[in-house]
Ligand binder design. Sequence first.
Ligand code: 5AD
Ligand code: FES
Length: 356
Amino acid sequence: MWNTEMEHPKTEQDLVAILSLTDSEEIEKLYKAARTLTEEIVGEKVHFRGIIEFSNICAKDCYYCGIRKSNTNVERYTIPDNAVIEAAKWAWKAGYGSIVMQSGEIESDAFTNKITDLLNAIAKETNGELGITLSLGEQSYETYKAWFDAGAKRYLLRIETTNRELYKTLHPADHSFDVRINALKNLRKAGYQVGTGVMIGLPGQSVEMLARDIIFFKEMDIDMIGMGPYIPHHQTPLADSMPDFEKIKERQFQKGLIMIAATRLFLRDINIAASTALQTLNNIGRELGIMAGANIIMPNITATEYRSSYQLYDNKPCLSDTSSMCHHCMEMRLSAYGVEIGLNEHGDSKHYAKRQ
Ligand code: 5AD
Ligand code: FES
């Protein structure tokens, strides 16, 4: 049952109560409370981060992910460096305060140096004005530090789930939970604003586990959250655990929004992204994510020709669109909700600013 005390969750039990809501009117009240708090603390504006998925080559084999190493159906690509720099310049000129550079996970000296060079080149071409966030998986402390020194100031590394047992069912034995936790600690040590997150509605995931995920975000003093509903990819092993996904799609979407709202009410001053996965499950999913307490949108700035090869889950939206189509589309979508966009601003999380 929703009551106004639920607007101030303090304990795991409070979070479990929120995450267990099923009545649609009560859930609407939850979203409303989360959006109101967002406007109060973070502000009314939504910030854009252009995301460029510059390579789908990946050394990992996560059971849920469409670009896992064992998926031989995927055509592998790496966008040439000069095209990545051009995309960054496009985003800068379009008024994006920052971009996210994401790829599959590759650990090598050559890769470390390539990214360092790209960071330097982008800073030079954009007057050092464009904020850069990296999302390149687990790397050594030295690599994180080198990239930070080259100008990346934020890093996204989802923990995926904080439940060790569940983690094991999602990954091969050599994908270590402890290594991932340690990577998050190293990111903080290297000086980054750190973002993490989880997938919501995984096979075998309970509301208690999700509540503990949110507590983990707080314990780790996380600055940014990117999380979204789990969506099966038909060429992955985990898809077999959810054969009837179409039937549970709506609740899966709702769980995604409820997690955003609960996280907003519990962590208050952090940045929360409305993930693209939300739009796969509902045509206005990202807008509804904003109305449930998110304040960041990541429009895709990957060149159209590569998009179909970067599908982590089935039915990813915007596959045949261009950067500028996604930009205008998101502007239009948000204006339909009376939401303003913060252009030419980095949009650092208030939480991070406070810690400084
Ligand atoms: N459904 C939803 N999200 C997924 N991700 C990977 N595969 C899926 C999927 N099938 C998410 C993971 C990863 C991020 C880049 O994409 O959380 O960290
Ligand atoms: Fe890409 Fe709407 S956001 S087309």
